[in-house]
Design a protein around this ligand. Sequence first.
Ligand SMILES: [Fe+2]
Ligand SMILES: [Fe+2]
Length: 479
Amino acid sequence: MIDLDAKIPNNVGLSEDRKLQKALEAWQPDFIDWWVDMGPDGFQADDIYLRTAVSVEPSGWAHFEHVKMPDYRWGIFLTPGAEDRLIPFGDELGKPTWDRVPGDWRTELRRIIVTQGDTEPASVEQQRQLGNTAPSLYDLRNLFQVNVEEGRHLWAMVYLLHKYFGRDGREEAEDMLVRRSGHVDNPRILGAFNEPIDDWLSFFCFTMFTDRDGKYQLGALAESGFDPLARTCRFMLTEEAHHMFVGETGMRRIVQRTCELMKEAPAEDVTVLGGLPLDLIQRYVNRWYSVSMDLFGGEDSSNAATYFAAGLKGRFREEADKTITDHVALEGVYEAAAPGTTGAVESKEIPLRRAMNLILRDGYKEDCQRGVDKWNKILATAGIDFQITLPHERFHRAQGIWSSHHYDPEGNLLSAQEWEQQVQDWLPTEEDERYVKSLMKPVYEPGKIASWIAPPKRGINHQSFDFEYVKFADDPYVR
Ligand SMILES: [Fe+2]
Ligand SMILES: [Fe+2]
């Protein structure tokens, strides 16, 4: 039941709701204006080998062809609803899910949807200059794929706002196109989405670590008792998997290239050959992982407890994960740690519902570690005595219980002075940033690649690496 020929492709029966259809068709040109203004800088006239969602069936939902980005078919797709789905957790466990907004939770639901929705255009804005320094056509295409899908995720959230929240929902949808990443007066909602991402090491770290927070947030919302939100998030997760892939394999290819260059370079100094040193890569991992940890919210959180109790936001795979047996979570505690007044680490028991952010984050941590393990295999196979590590949850935090003290990457408490003395070993320095930027030179010939990253094992959609993933309208080097 997917209508691909409609002005707005959809499987939500948009043509049967004329009022909603009109409202969204009025929002559509504003979205395109935003895309042209704030989407990838340049490249809007080029033909990009993109995948478009054409079905919501797990088998064969995507179609690949060369399209100009402003012509991308952004649509509204929900995973089909299971008949008679029941609320899988919280105080309303086992009752029928809601197909409209429950009056008691209208404000909370709107806040959840707006906060999630705002990150989608924010990341497009953060990444808008990256195309100008792409290491290969394959990577350029992947960047744009991520960007157009983040645009579609905005559509997904805007649909919910328009359909279920009336006038204030429509106003929120307009504001999504008004806020700007990094703007002094009108920034994006979450701090991490206001920093530009203008080098590709940061981009791969972002898609590895920050986008993965998105995966976990969507996973928790995919359990929601508000069924349209659950189904929207389920479909978003299928697209999100590619974003994780871009980040994880991007980093893996960088590590692999560094290993190769270490064998060639005198004294293993890869900088003479235009490579990224392992200790520098580690500092970028430290930065992006710690910034992403901040996105999960407070470790001991009354909001998290409320959202769980109300059936708005569950745990990751609450319903499918058979190891989760208690879906009420009124009893029991989560064993955690907390800082005493001096910052020293003390053990703490958090009532289960209040610990939901932390539980989600601990799942995220394991997921990150699985990816890092793959990078470390490459190092081990190359016989290089270095392992990439995820810093401790206490390291470099700006939010949550650890943010008022300093800790090293192993989680040991430090004085402010000790922190100052060593921070340049742990977080990217200005010199690191200058060096990384110096390597960011575009490579736009099919089959060619920059010095600091290895080509992928496979291309996209069974194409080879030297496939012309982007067909330029004019010479991309002289723009
Ligand atoms: Fe997204
Ligand atoms: Fe994403």
